[in-house]
Design a protein around this ligand. Sequence first.
Ligand code: S3P
Length: 448
Amino acid sequence: MERAELTKAGSLKGEITPPPDKSISHRAVMFASIAEGKSIVRNFLRAEDPISTMNAFRMLGIEIEEKIPPIPPLLKGGEGGFGGELIIHGKGLHGLKEPFDVINCGNSGTTVRLISGILSGNPFFSVLTGDDSLKQRPMARVINPLKEMGADISARNGDKYLPMAIKGRRLKATDYKMPVASAQVKSCLILAGLYADGTTTIIELQKSRDHTERMLKSMGANIEIDGLILRVKGQGSRVKELSPIDVTVPADFSSAAFFVAAALIIPNSEILIKNAGINPTRTGLLDVLKKMGADIEIENIRDVSGEPVADIHCKTTSNLKAVKIGGDTMPSLIDEFPILCVLATQAEGVTEIRGAEELRVKESDRIKAMAAELKKLGVELEEYPDGISIKGKTSLKGNVVESYHDHRIAMSLAIAALAAQGATTINNPSCVDISFPGFYEELKRITR
Ligand code: S3P
């Protein structure tokens, strides 16, 4: 699909189960591959990013069986038909084999950053690369600390960018104070820590998503968490294997967020979002929406495979209020910046989001992208090096906009399009397949 055409929506009604969580899907494949024995991953996200992780571990010699759901997801009417079931035959911490070719991580920062921690501790040669976006994203944030642990890594442009070549070897534990808030960097170092001699201490700048810690601990890894300080006891040459897992991946809160926003800003809407992960390290958007006065109820809170899950009931809120958001909240809503910008256009007053410089190095420069495209829809805004301020409430006008080949930009603009007068065309809209195949069809299904 080269272009998506969207027009103003009357209302949104119904139930939706968003696709499975991307972060948890990646981790389940990775950790099951280095566990000893057979793991089952239910409701795995069959989208481009986690498939990059699955392909990578197949290249590293792991057998992964896929059971694809018999009914095409979209015919199931949003009843969680996106996921597949995987059976992963893990070979233990030291059972991976040297890949025969370069591992292409596609668009996926999580794949490349987490896997680099595993490969640094495995005694073979591997090369990692990615698509044009991933090749421009910073890798020194993992390469530098891995080198401190004794890893042998070289990468393009002074060890800053992909491709990166790793000669795995015995690692030593380190104490590392992270200069950025990043779950990808933290997870990379936790994984390297499993392979190191001694105890690796990682100090986070701010609390980032903790799916790695939760899952690895459930598998028997020796990880202690004390606020922002994490201690990982490595095995070195003495192998204490990780136990296999049987996990069900919840729906992705970051995918749910587009539907939450749509329900709030489209008149006469009411939707129930089912099975959404509500891990507090991910739901900063809910806290912000509460401050904005959004009509949202969290219902039926439960635990699924060690992660909190709930249903989210949202209704149109015509009197959303502007908010000021600083860096402290950013990690817990890092992927929701683009959709928050759209929400801000429909809130009374000036919304200011600062301390968001990390958004400049995501799949696209998301600050620049949202500033440029929202302006095309008629929004008054100001861009800062570390964020944006957006004046609401704006009557959006349809136009031709760009996705920057970034899934979350495309989906955010699609929601803006539903609120805009006239028609909106999104160029290069298929990038939604990175995290949400069938997004436009799901949106259409619940649009009246
Ligand atoms: C992710 C962490 C975040 C997030 C990304 C997924 C993860 O990146 O933006 O979409 O799965 O660990 P950073 O850790 O680099 O902030």
